[in-house]
Design a protein around this ligand. Structure first.
Ligand code: KIV
Ligand code: ZN
Length: 387
């Protein structure tokens, strides 16, 4: 069976940048956009042009800069927003307008004080209007995760007729379970007339820690675009993490899905976004966290030293990390200690190791982590004692 491509729609500069404290200036956004283009993402959502003059300028400058990826601007379903996005995207080689409206009963009632029928009309009208500017129009059905499937299918049908090329099905509140979200995508594929003219896209939030699982479930059920951010940044608990999607599809060849992202750049990309946004990455973050390839318990260290694959499913080089690390703590064993001594130039015999290990434990019980300086000291003290 031929492998099929999943388009990666990066929204670090839009959904990711909405996070309190993550605000970037235009210059910083340009640095990230250029790197995302080099990373190989298919679409860069550069911002929400109507939201502020600064965001308008950023989308406009990113449009001039980016060479390969499509550049996308977000709008609500109204003419003013769409006019602003079209203007900001004027210089993009491959512009996309991303317009949409809330479709759940909660959004229809409380946000819009409207009716289901009226929302369908407004959605189709916005797509038609965006289409008067650009060929590539993506429609988002905000809160699709909590929208009744039959109604959602009617919305999708109407916007496809109006010319939408991509249908974004956001789980805006991060409510869905993976099975449920996958079934939603499957339902739309099977029940929307004209669905073959559009690409279904997953945009999942992480309120229950399920964003990546839901996106993958969507892809398994026929979505061919995933919206995600570097380090999983985004509103509240964040969005689907780009690095997780890329590596899941790479590790699970059985899914017959791939992306064009250069995974060897993931670590550096993550560090760059974290530095520029001033948002540190949690150490246990999958793929790009500082501990993602660090081993500290004796049992695991012994296994990894014998063969890395015993406890690692990803070769660190695949994501741009030089090597796995063996962290020395009071839970480490003799083989880890010998390994680290060897690393700093000491080949120790079994008898020497027994002695050194006792000294090591004394220090390890006092500290969180034993470093190379401590090892040199232990070696020095022991050599003097042994003579
Ligand atoms: O989460 C969401 O629904 C969004 C849309 C604006 C695409 O970010
Ligand atoms: Zn979102």
């Amino acid at each position: 069976m031929n492998s099929e491509k999943i388009e990666i729609f990066d929204t670090t500069l839009r959904d990711g940048e909405q996070v309190p404290g993550c605000k970037l200036n235009t210059e910083q956004k340009l640095i990230i956009a250029e790197k995302l283009d080099e990373l190989g993402v298919d679409i860069i959502e550069a911002g929400f042009p109507i939201s502020s003059p600064g965001d308008f300028e950023s989308v406009s400058e990113i449009s001039k800069l980016v060479r390969n990826a499509k550049v996308c601007g977000l709008t609500r379903a109204n003419k003013k927003d769409i006019d602003a996005a079209a203007e900001a995207l004027r210089y993009a080689k491959r512009p996309r307008i991303h317009t949409g409206i809330g479709t759940s009963d909660s959004h229809i009632k409380y946000k819009f004080n409207s009716t289901r029928e009226n929302i369908i009309e407004r959605a189709a009208e916005a797509v038609r209007y965006a289409k008067s500017y650009v060929e590539d129009v993506e429609f988002y059905a905000e809160d699709a995760g909590r929208t009744d499937n039959e109604y959602l299918a009617r919305v999708c049908e109407a916007v496809i007729k109006a010319g939408a090329t991509v249908l974004n099905i956001p789980d805006t509140t991060g409510y869905c379970l993976p099975e449920e979200y996958g079934q939603k995508i499957k339902y739309l594929r099977e029940n929307v007339k004209g669905i073959e003219k559009a690409v279904l896209s997953c945009h999942c939030h992480n309120d229950l820690g399920l964003a990546t699982a839901n996106s993958i479930s969507g892809a398994i059920n026929g979505a061919r675009q995933i919206e995600c951010t570097i380090n999983g940044l985004g509103e509240r608990a964040g969005n689907t993490a780009l690095e997780e999607v890329v590596m899941i599809l790479k590790q699970h060849k059985d899914l017959n899905l791939y992306t064009d992202v250069n995974s060897r750049m993931l670590n550096e990309m993550s560090a760059m976004v974290s530095d520029l946004m001033g948002m540190s990455v949690q150490p246990n973050k999958a793929i790009v966290g500082a501990n993602a390839f660090a081993h500290s318990s004796g049992i695991h260290q012994d296994g990894v030293i014998k063969n890395r694959e015993t406890y690692e499913i990803i070769d660190p080089a695949e994501v741009g990390v030089n090597e796995s690390s063996i962290i020395l703590t009071a839970r480490s064993g003799r083989s880890a200690l010998a390994y680290r001594f060897k690393h700093i130039g000491f080949d120790v015999t079994k008898n020497e190791l027994d002695y050194l290990y006792q000294e090591f434990l004394k220090i390890a019980d006092l500290k969180k982590e034993v470093g190379n300086d401590d090892l040199a000291l232990i070696m020095d003290v022991c050599s003097r004692k042994i003579g």
